[in-house]
Design a protein around this ligand. Structure first.
Ligand SMILES: CC(=O)SCCNC(=O)CCNC(=O)[C@H](O)C(C)(C)COP(=O)(O)OP(=O)(O)OC[C@H]1O[C@@H](n2cnc3c(N)ncnc32)[C@H](O)[C@@H]1OP(=O)(O)O
Length: 407
């Protein structure tokens, strides 16, 4: 039978079928409340459907947001909402949608990289996405962990409240810190609505979300978002604090927020799914092992335009290196590129000079945020060092990427 499935931009009445499709493929009920929330950030002109005679059988979308990369903030296509109906899987639909989306992003010429969170790690390398930022999942035995005492005369105080009421304070701190926090995405008012959205279906029996802001004389310096899942057993209270986000401008604020979260009464564990790989808590706790940290993948980066992406970020040390990149999908990326730069500037141009490093566009994506060492990819036999000019250190950064949200 001839495959008549067409790829087309989403139309006005596709929104409900798209969310029905996503509800099916992610095995979750997407009810009105959650769909409304997704609608707040939905960009119809960046939503692509696979249409099988009127049935929405596949979908991919992108959001237009900025991403902090080493030394810069750049536009990045935030790819999301990827799904193909179980009746239509493994017939190449995702491949067609991914290729078309990558081509469209490249042709628009605005975003040098695309990023996503992968539901399964085997899906995206073939499309040029490399694992660029990891994260820690914490499962803390809070009664077993001691943190240092607060300063004798703290400069700030904590104010707890409804996240909606504390939105302005939280957004002010986030915006102030964002330019230096690699892996953070920009949040306009709609994205703050999405981040603070709290649909009942997503609570899994836990409370609504709470916020606490750390206020200093000069203004807010940090905040935390969390909820609590109640539990009692034969030993008594055993509730779990589920931390969504902790943002702190300075060590005093950071300590105050974590002392607060670990000390909530009637709780026996504190979990956080998106902690940083270099979470300072690891170096504050007297028993870091009791933080129950496990490692996971996080942001995946796809370099869309090699020279634009490499010139857009900054480098830990001076660098002058020729990279030989292969990209089977966006052919314009394939070739040799001379990257020259350092902590304050960078340029990248095509060259015919011999290469120092040979790597795929997937591996270039992996090292782009400074969170994956080129030397590890060389040791894995993926990237190849062809001369002694090793840019591993230059491609790193003084702060590992720490993405804050799964969009
Ligand atoms: C950014 C995000 O939104 S992440 C969310 C991704 N979505 C999901 O996980 C929802 C559930 N899964 C699905 O909807 C589908 O299985 C998808 C979208 C992952 C894949 O769609 P399909 O149309 O089946 O993919 P397609 O047929 O193009 O497969 C391309 C290749 O990837 C492989 N592949 C696709 N999905 C997977 C997977 N989940 N695990 C391993 N390999 C996979 C296929 O085997 C195929 O390999 P081949 O070319 O060597 O034969």
């Amino acid at each position: 039978m001839k495959d008549e499935i067409q790829l087309r931009p989403a139309a006005g009445d596709d929104f409900a079928p798209i969310f029905q499709l996503l509800s099916t493929v992610f095995h979750e009920e997407i009810d009105g409340e959650l769909r409304d929330l997704e609608g707040v950030v939905y960009e119809r002109d960046r939503s692509l459907v696979a249409d099988d005679a009127g049935l929405v059988a596949g979908h991919v979308q992108a959001f237009s947001r900025d991403l902090t990369v080493p030394g810069a903030v750049i536009p990045a296509a935030h790819v999301s909402g990827v799904g193909v109906l179980p009746t239509h899987r493994r017939r190449g639909l995702l491949t067609r949608m991914m290729h078309r989306q990558l081509r469209e992003i490249a042709d628009a010429g605005r975003e040098p990289v695309a990023i996503l969170w992968a539901s399964e790690t085997s899906i995206y390398p073939r499309f040029g996405y490399g694992p660029a930022a990891s994260r820690l999942h914490l499962n803390i035995m809070n009664r077993e962990v001691r943190l240092p005492a607060p300063p004798p005369e703290p400069t700030g105080r904590l104010r707890m409240g409804d996240p909606g009421d504390l939105h302005a304070e939280m957004a002010a701190v986030y915006e102030r810190l964002r330019p230096d926090r690699v892996g953070w995405s920009s949040r306009d008012d709609n994205w703050w609505k999405w981040v603070l959205g709290d649909p009942k279906d997503h609570r899994d029996g836990a409370t609504k979300r709470y916020a606490v802001v750390h206020e200093s004389p000069g203004g807010p310096t940090g905040y935390a978002l969390w909820r609590v899942k109640d539990d009692w057993n034969s030993h008594g209270p055993s509730a779990e604090v589920q931390v969504r986000e902790v943002v702190a401008a300075d060590p005093e604020t950071y300590l105050a927020l974590w002392r607060f979260l670990l000390g909530i009464d009637l709780t026996r564990s504190v979990t956080m799914r998106l902690a940083a790989v270099q979470e300072p808590l690891l170096y504050l706790a007297d028993e870091p092992r009791r933080l129950g940290a496990t490692y996971g993948d996080g942001l995946w980066v796809r370099v869309i335009d090699v020279p634009a992406a490499l010139a857009a970020r900054r480098y830990a040390t001076d660098v002058d290196v020729v990279l030989e990149v292969t990209d089977p999908i966006l052919a314009g990326n394939t070739g040799r590129w001379r990257l020259t730069g350092g902590p304050d500037k960078a340029t990248c141009t095509a060259t015919t000079d011999p290469a120092d490093v040979a790597l795929s566009v997937t591996d270039l994506g992996a090292v782009y945020l400074g969170g994956t060492a080129l030397s590890a990819l060389v040791a894995a036999g993926r990237a190849r060092l062809l001369t002694g000019n090793d840019p591993t250190v230059a491609l790193g950064w003084n702060r590992l990427p720490s993405p804050t949200e799964v969009f």
